[in-house]
Design a protein around this ligand. Structure first.
Ligand code: GLY
Ligand code: MN
Ligand code: MN
Length: 439
């Protein structure tokens, strides 16, 4: 599917990164490698998120070099050459000429020639930015290119003095989503919301967790989102208490809740939604009581997502509501302040209330600046996902509560006034869920 992020936006990102780089430096970034699944079957190819962000170029076996001030072009792509015989088997290749014409690179070369060309581009640059330590094979290649330059010092070559991790500059840029990125993320959120609605409507006793997983995938694929952003979690009953449950193989039982945490990936952007609903279509009194607490916590956290609040404020807001709710239901003893101070809520809520969201589901970007929580600014995208999990073997609580796991998760983007919910297309109040399931 065509990229809807305009080609010129990728060029602007490269420009912005080059403006942040030290003078006389070069940045080198490889595409993701292809990975073998078994024998001669490969995993579906997924571009490296940093490479995607700077290029929009979807092929493996490519390397981007950014060389500020280079006379013959600053943004250079090494990629596979066109090859009619190969393309007959494996499909269209863009090729170096296509990379310039269609993707806006200033210059492009066959990847087969990189060892001959790239050392000459690095030579004379004082600093090399690259994803240091991310992939040992690429680390070795960079070292090999440097060795070529070092072998020529007696002929006057200048090897770079500094190797610097590229992530620091790049990941701060990725944290602020552009209008075009938000558009893609909103579309991903809309598709995932529709998929959750479909799963809710089709949940029936007698089915298996994987039947609901199939419903999700159906909607994702129908809208061209060929991949999930992460393995879907479909946990019936006590499986909803396992945070990263992906077995999805148990039968769904009347009287149980089912927790679905699933989102599609669209043009490499993730969506990430969780809803929890009763298999029968009707919440029991205990499920209802706990659900209302989680929902109130999620509303409180979403209210705290606004400019000038810091990263931890939504978490703190959710924590207060969840903990007070546990006390009110008799699941926790003591006062709110005591419970917060001694973290007695932790057996019931053991994860954070959210994470950055973008090209990666747990997206890049610092959560703290120095020792202080990061202040929220327009364009930052994050999830809001409080939950309560009453372990099936928790003998400190009455049996009627045990094995109930609830999480409610939406994707929001910080705006000037507060935040915009990208995933509100799937119901989350008890009345709305029961109405949809009865429909
Ligand atoms: N689905 C992964 C998460 O919610 O963080
Ligand atoms: Mn999730
Ligand atoms: Mn999440």
């Amino acid at each position: 599917m065509a990229v809807t992020i305009p080609v010129k936006e990728f060029a602007e990102r490269r420009r912005k990164l080059m403006d942040r780089m030290a003078p006389d430096s070069i940045a080198i970034l490889p595409a993701a490698p292809e990975r073998v699944r078994n024998r001669d079957v490969l995993h579906p190819f997924r571009q490296d998120s940093d490479f995607q962000y700077l290029t929009g170029f979807g092929e493996p076996e490519a390397v981007l070099a950014l060389i500020p001030g280079r006379e013959h072009g600053e943004a250079v792509l090494f990629c596979k050459e066109r090859n009619p015989e190969k393309e007959l088997w494996d499909g269209f290749l863009v090729g170096p000429e296509g990379a310039i014409e269609r993707y806006g690179f200033d210059d492009a070369f066959p990847i087969a020639d990189i060892d001959d060309i790239l050392p000459g581009m690095i030579e004379g640059r004082s600093r090399v930015y690259y994803p240091l330590g991310k992939d040992p094979a690429f680390d070795n290649r960079v070292m090999d290119w440097l060795k070529v330059i070092r072998s020529k010092v007696r002929s006057g070559a200048h090897p770079p003095g500094e190797l610097v991790a590229l992530e620091h500059l790049l990941h701060d840029m990725r944290l602020y989503k552009s209008a075009a990125e938000i558009k893609v993320m909103a579309k991903a959120g809309q598709i995932s919301a529709e998929a959750h609605c479909r799963a809710m409507k089709r949940a029936r006793q007698g089915g298996y967790e994987y039947n609901l997983e199939a419903e999700l995938i159906h909607t994702f694929m129908e809208h061209s989102a060929r991949s999930t952003a992460y393995p879907s979690i479909v946990g019936g009953g006590a499986n909803g208490c396992i945070l990263h449950y992906i077995e999805n193989a148990a039968p769904l039982k009347d009287g149980d809740l089912v927790l679905i945490d699933a989102g599609c990936e669209l043009e490499c952007y993730a969506s990430d939604i969780t809803r929890t609903f009763p298999v029968s279509g009707k919440f029991s009194p205990e499920q209802k009581a706990l659900y209302e607490v989680v929902l109130a916590a999620q509303y409180a956290a979403i209210d705290a997502v606004k400019p000038d609040n810091h990263w931890n404020q939504p978490h703190e807001a959710a924590l207060r509501v969840l903990t007070q709710g546990l006390i009110d239901l008799g699941l926790l003893a003591g006062t709110l302040d005591d419970a917060l101070a001694n973290e007695s809520y932790k057996p019931f809520f053991m994860h954070r209330t959210g994470h950055w969201l973008g090209l990666d589901v747990h997206d890049v970007g610092d959560y703290k600046v120095g020792d202080a929580w990061r202040v929220l600014e327009p364009g930052m995208a994050l999830t809001v996902e409080p939950g309560l999990y009453i372990a099936p073997d928790n003998t400190d609580v009455e049996p009627r509560w045990r094995g109930i796991g609830i999480r409610i998760e939406d994707d929001v983007v910080v705006t000037k006034e507060g935040c915009r919910n990208l995933t509100e297309g799937v119901p989350k109040t008890i009345a709305d869920i029961e109405a949809l399931m009865a429909d």
